[in-house]
Write a protein that binds this ligand. Structure first.
Ligand code: SF4
Length: 628
């Protein structure tokens, strides 16, 4: 890995990861110890250090015990002393099983969140770290959180073991589970414990209680034991959680034997002032210097010079757990805060003039709100983006605001480029004012002209209407309309720019015939993306319930579920059709789908793909190798 130049010493030092660093700050003890399976990277994209920075700002003494498992003799756990108040445990930025294994359940060879990208994170790290924390810091409350613990707060289907597992709170034997974004809850835990109070009943947490402590108003969900006996009950559990995951929702109670996991309802979405505060913290935007020797932490590089504009996602894509973690409401930073960060980046000694991304979970959702909810009226009781963009969304005005924001970031002194690398929702680039929905917003033009490094990332995810409906994504015809418009804009601007597409194979609802529908669209475009995502049923998602039960939990429709490894391989080969090693698999898939009519076009396409560059057939206006 290329050695990155070290950041200058930040104006505020790193949070201590050793006793020496505590002493350098004049601290003889810690209030809070945060344990994470990632290497310590002081950047707002890394959740545990970001929470640490917020607690530090409010006066709490926080230590970061990162990658404590690196030392086989357990000495990693002795780097810092037991804190005064509590220990927080997170597996890291990503769920440890997803970090350690591919969708085909093979061991990965790299872990980009750890020093030097070396693997070694324990499986189900939250459980492993909680046990170690209990051993090394006896008597202290242990609180778990993050993207591994949060979606496993109630009994869940585990893809890796192919069975229903108990809530991670029960398996980890932690005192409390914080779900969703944890900053405000972490502050409340500090305040309560410092006043000698208990941690019961806190919003956005789960706790394990005896039956006599279940509130009479709680909504009882199917128990772990019932789910384990009948996975079809996952549909009921999904709908209970979906209905109660709202501000003012009821407590959800789920029995595990004689005890109950209580899920308390969410906090109100963070205000702009709160989100600004999180991102205005003094991050070094560098890994801790102790990780220099290993060559640094690869995960920093793609995000180091990026600006996160908001949290939350309006889309309810069935395979994604972001709405369960960050919420459906878009929580945007103010323009002033974003511009402050841009100015700060431009002054950084290592900065070379390019902001690599000004975005969030979906870039063009910054500032996006709902006219009805903002005026106190009820929701139209539909999805915000499905089956089409809800007329109550302020798409036109928010898109104009985002366009202005990008221009202002680019005009900041010392910044040459302000790119958008986060995904774009192309259905939200069409004007809502246009009766035909055929007109594109000025944001589209500016993105193409000024804010891409040569490619825009779009995620149509599939091309088959049935699969897209199962995924809760817009139809492929809308993508094709945008693709046409994109090509025209590129031609008008005289730009050789591309679209990069993302597709998922193996999602519930994908028969071999559906997989061939996608293949046909790719073949038409002579396009075969480098990366293909294989569907993994993540806990709590609608896609996971579809996978487990063979039914959509909202519509009740039956869905075909491609489960076998061979079938997934065939579907993947259809997307990676230019790889000569996949030729036989593609031919087998076409035979299975009874689409032998595509054999000859496929062979022609493959010959063209493998022909030496100068002898390639032409006939397609743009370089569609990279333009989906
Ligand atoms: S009214 Fe429409 S935009 Fe507003 S919350 Fe409901 S679905 Fe979303």
């Amino acid at each position: 890995m290329k050695q990155q130049r070290r950041a200058p010493t930040p104006s505020v030092p790193f949070l201590p990861r050793t006793r020496e660093e505590m002493r350098a700050r004049g601290w003889d003890e810690l209030d809070v110890l945060l344990v994470t399976g990632d290497a310590y990277v002081d950047h707002p994209s890394f959740g545990v250090p970001a929470i640490g920075r917020l607690l530090e700002k409010r006066g709490w003494r926080v230590g970061i015990l990162d990658v404590p498992d690196l030392d086989a003799d357990g000495s990693g756990w002795k780097r810092l002393p037991a804190p005064k108040l509590w220990v927080g445990v997170s597996a890291g930025t990503i769920d440890s099983m997803v970090t350690n294994y591919t969708a085909a359940k093979k061991r990965r060879s790299q872990d980009v969140y750890r020093p030097g990208g070396k693997v070694g994170r324990p499986n189900r790290a939250t459980i492993a770290y909680t046990a170690a924390a209990r051993h090394h810091f006896p008597g202290l409350p242990v609180v778990i959180g993050g993207l591994e613990a949060g979606p496993r707060r109630l009994a869940y289907y585990d893809y890796w073991e192919d069975k229903i597992r108990r809530s991670i709170l029960v398996d980890a034997k932690a005192d409390l589970l914080v779900w969703g974004m944890g900053e405000r809850t972490a502050l409340e835990i500090c305040e309560r414990l410092s006043r000698g109070e208990h941690l019961h009943g806190m919003l956005q947490t789960c706790e394990l209680v005896p039956a006599d402590r279940v509130p009479p108003t709680a909504r009882v969900a199917p128990s772990f034991e019932a789910l384990a006996a009948d996975v079809q009950l996952s549909i009921e559990l999904f709908n209970v959680v979906r209905e109660e995951n709202r501000v003012g929702g009821r407590v959800v109670a789920q029995a595990h034997g004689t005890r109950f996991v209580l899920q308390h309802p969410p906090l109100a979405p963070s205000t702009a002032d709160e989100v600004d505060e999180y991102y205005d913290l003094p991050f070094a935007r560098a890994w801790h210097p102790d990780h220099d020797a290993a060559g640094g932490v690869p995960a920093l590089e793609p995000v180091r010079w990026s600006i996160n504009t908001h949290r939350g996602c309006l889309a309810d894509c069935t395979f994604c757990s972001i709405t369960f973690h960050q919420g459906r409401t878009i929580q945007s930073r103010s323009e002033a805060s974003i511009l402050r960060e841009a100015a700060k980046l431009s002054e950084h000694l290592d900065f070379r003039g390019t902001i690599t991304d000004v975005g969030g979970p979906t870039a063009n959702m910054w500032g996006m709100g709902c006219k009805l909810l903002e005026s106190g009226k009820p929701c139209l009781n539909r999805d915000c983006l499905s089956p089409d963009v809800c007329p109550a969304l302020r798409v036109d005005s928010a898109s104009e605001g985002y366009r202005r924001l990008l221009a202002m970031v680019k005009q900041t002194k010392g910044i040459k480029h302000a790119f958008v690398q986060s995904g774009i929702r192309y259905d939200m680039l069409f004007s809502q004012k246009s009766a035909t929905k055929g007109e594109l917003l000025p944001l589209h033009h500016d993105l193409v002209a000024n804010h891409t490094s040569g490619r825009i990332k779009l995620a149509p995810e599939h091309a088959s209407p049935d699969v897209l409906a199962a995924m809760n994504k817009p139809g492929f015809e809308l993508y094709e309309r945008y693709e046409e418009a994109y090509k025209e804009t590129c031609q008008d601007l005289g730009r050789d720019q591309h679209l990069v597409n993302y597709f998922i194979v193996g999602h519930p609802g994908t028969t071999m015939r559906d997989a061939v529908v996608l293949f046909e669209k790719l073949l038409e475009r002579h396009y075969s993306p480098e990366q293909v995502q294989e569907f993994i049923p993540l806990p709590m998602t609608r896609g996971c319930v579809q996978y487990v039960t063979g039914r959509d939990p909202i519509s009740g429709a039956e869905l075909y579920v491609p489960r076998g490894g061979r079938e997934r391989r065939l579907q993947k080969a259809l997307v990676r059709w230019k790889d000569p090693e996949n030729r036989l698999l593609v031919e087998e898939s076409l035979a299975l789908a009874e689409r032998e009519d595509l054999l000859e076009p496929f062979r022609r396409g493959l010959r063209r793909a493998l022909a030496p560059r100068g002898r390639r057939e032409t006939g397609i206006a743009l370089d569609l190798d990279t333009c989906g």
